[in-house]
Design a protein around this ligand. Structure first.
Ligand SMILES: Cc1cc2nc3c(=O)[nH]c(=O)nc-3n(C[C@H](O)[C@H](O)[C@H](O)COP(=O)(O)OP(=O)(O)OC[C@H]3O[C@@H](n4cnc5c(N)ncnc54)[C@H](O)[C@@H]3O)c2cc1C
Length: 261
């Protein structure tokens, strides 16, 4: 093996049977085709490879990448930002959060030709087909998936996303209408109350809607409480904790704590 091949294989860890056998997923043996900065704190990674030729998923679902060796490897999950049906190319947008972590390190270091393995699609949260309207509330880690869901809404069904980022430089491109970017400035993500404040002051549309909430676990819980205080029922709420303050996600890519309705 040449040095170059060794280098492109440095993230290509085997998918152990316990991960390959997760219900509904298929193995993905991928290669990075593009890795660029979308802004100061976001990487766009495009991937192609085995498992994507006939990939079927719903906007809101994610892929889980295997980022270490062994029967219980370190995995990280990333919501699908887009999938090009013609070239079978998957797009992920990954926050460069500035703290050492295997997911952020992979996103920072991977380049065209690098291999990475994983499984997908994962995740049980996607658009509620019965909803009269959709409301998305999340931080930058939730923005890629929520933009994809908003873009996938059937014409005429209203959707609104409130996405909290540090500054206007962090806005992500999207063809969707209905996106409001909230800027927390120098306030740390874990101290911001902007999403919960938005729920407190928002005029909710008529009809029965569905609310999707994702980001840091304690913020997700605060936003959930705000939604319940507005009279929304648990069945209308889809919370998902993506990361936890001050600690690494667990091997399976989840923060230890859950968002609870
Ligand atoms: C279903 C699901 C979908 C997800 N989709 C996406 C996605 O589309 N894009 C995306 O970027 N992430 C997404 N995440 C989060 C992602 O899986 C990782 O948690 C994240 O990339 C951090 O992993 P890491 O290995 O870099 O850091 P970790 O080892 O988990 O954490 C290291 C340190 O970084 C801190 N940290 C982690 N994330 C952030 C953050 N966003 N801001 C500030 N500090 C942070 C932690 O508190 C910890 O102190 C998703 C998570 C889940 C469960």
């Amino acid at each position: 093996m040449t040095n170059t091949q060794q280098d492109t294989n440095r993230w290509a860890f085997p998918i152990p049977p316990r991960i390959a056998s997760i219900a509904g997923v298929k193995p993905l043996e991928l290669e990075t085709t593009e890795a660029i900065d979308l802004g100061p704190r976001m990487r766009r990674i495009r991937l192609r490879g085995a498992g994507l030729e006939d990939f079927v998923y719903q906007p809101g679902q994610d892929v889980m990448l295997v980022l270490s060796e062994g029967e219980r490897p370190l995995c990280r999950r990333y919501t699908i930002r887009g999938f090009d049906q013609r070239s079978h190319t998957l797009e992920l947008n990954i926050v460069a959060h500035g703290v050492h972590g295997p997911g952020a390190s992979w996103a920072a270091e991977t380049g065209p030709g690098d291999r990475v393995n994983g499984v997908g699609p994962r995740g049980k949260i996607f658009l509620d087909p019965t909803a009269d309207w959709h409301l998305f509330l999340g931080d930058e880690s939730a923005a890629p998936g929520y933009l994809h869901m908003l873009e996938a809404l059937a014409g005429g069904v209203p959707g609104q996303a409130y996405l909290e980022v540090s500054s206007p430089e962090d806005e992500l491109p999207s063809s969707a209408d209905g996106v409001t970017w909230l800027y927390r400035g120098d306030v740390p993500a874990i101290s911001s109350t902007m999403l919960a404040d938005t729920v407190d002051s928002l005029e909710l549309p008529d009809g029965r809607g569905h609310v999707y909430i994702a980001g840091e676990v304690q913020i997700v819980n605060a936003v959930l409480r705000a939604c319940i205080a507005r009279g929304l029922e648990p069945a209308q709420l889809s919370p998902k904790a993506y990361w936890g303050r001050g600690k690494s996600n667990e091997l399976n890519g989840e923060p230890g704590d859950r968002a609870v309705v």
